[in-house]
Design a protein around this ligand. Structure first.
Ligand code: ZN
Length: 313
């Protein structure tokens, strides 16, 4: 007798996207209001230091080291009262903490590098990049949710940074994750790619947009594709997801089957949008396209959607 009920992929596609290598044991059921204090008293605790969308990296052996011991973090004026407990690694507790000093004041041996560059350039290992995404999203949420949205009173961090409590009306606020649908519309022969106005030269990617309240993932995929490209979709299939700490999104990657061919691009959103044949997309993935057209880099979920389609022959 087999317990395999359907053809679920053996290799889960989400494992291979950027920020997916987080190995921290979150132990969410054990979070308490003194979780951060306990971690601060533990000599095995390591922390990530962040400020202004950048990670503070130590130069080490020709590479970068993102981890600090508590004693070692002193010169960076860390705001421990606003630190968040990400969870536990094999080495001990892991915190993400806002550094009190600006990038300009850093010693020669420490570089402040924005999250996007850290991930695009692969400056730290995948486990650390995953921890960075978790910490960056939480710190960004706290920074923009300091006051109770119900009564306006300044709220207080609780549960190791996984909650804010309003001392006036008692409302509890929880960190949010904003879902974004990203979809590759494709037939057997061709796929639909667009160019946003802010894209790097030559880059084409899958279309994307925020999922709205009251909408299923599939409905959002169909709506965005129709609004941005004038293409109606039939079947929509989920492929993979990616944590996206800009500031706290979850990218939800899908494939869509087009029902019509004529593109009507929304030129407010897109600079260009067109169909690409499989061979051309392969050249874009491999960075060998004669017109220097490219897909997003390897860590991006768009790259994985496009690669999965190209390899699906
Ligand atoms: Zn309140």
């Amino acid at each position: 007798m087999s317990f395999r009920l359907f053809d679920a992929p053996v290799r889960e596609p989400s494992q291979f996207v950027g920020f997916a290598g987080n190995t921290i044991d979150r132990q969410s059921e054990n979070r308490a209001d003194d979780s951060v204090d306990k971690a601060l008293a533990d000599p095995t605790t390591r922390l990530l230091l962040m400020n202004g969308g950048r990670l503070y990296l130590k130069l080490a052996d020709g590479g970068f080291d993102p981890w600090y011991r508590i004693a070692e973090s002193d010169p960076f004026s860390p705001s421990f009262d606003q630190g968040v407990l990400l969870g536990f690694s094999e080495q001990g507790p892991v915190l993400a903490v806002l550094a009190g000093i600006d990038a300009e004041q850093l010693p020669e041996t420490v570089k402040a590098i924005d999250y996007r560059s850290v991930y695009m350039q692969g400056l730290i290992d995948e486990a650390a990049a995953g921890a960075m995404a978790q910490g960056a999203a939480l710190l960004a949420w706290h920074a923009s949710h300091r006051f109770c949205s119900k009564c306006g009173t300044q709220s207080q961090m609780r549960a190791g940074g996984y909650k804010r409590h309003c001392p006036n009306c008692g409302t509890e606020h929880f960190p949010r994750t904003d879902p974004v649908a990203i979809m590759l519309t494709a037939t057997r022969d061709k796929c639909l790619l667009g160019r946003g106005r802010h894209f790097a030269p030559g880059m084409y990617s899958a279309l994307a947009g925020f999922i709205e309240p009251g909408e299923t993932i599939e409905a959002a995929v169909r709506r965005e594709t129709l609004e941005e490209a004038g293409i109606r979709l039939g079947r929509v299939v989920y492929h993979a997801s990616q944590p996206w700490p800009f500031p706290y999104s979850l990218m939800i990657g899908c494939f869509g089957e087009p029902l019509n061919e004529d593109i009507q691009a929304d030129l407010n959103e897109l600079e260009d949008c067109r169909w690409f044949l499989r061979d051309e997309v392969r050249l874009m993935l491999d960075r060998t396209h004669p017109d220097m057209l490219v897909t997003p880099p390897k860590g991006a979920i768009a790259h994985h959607l496009i690669r999965a389609w190209v390899d699906s022959e």
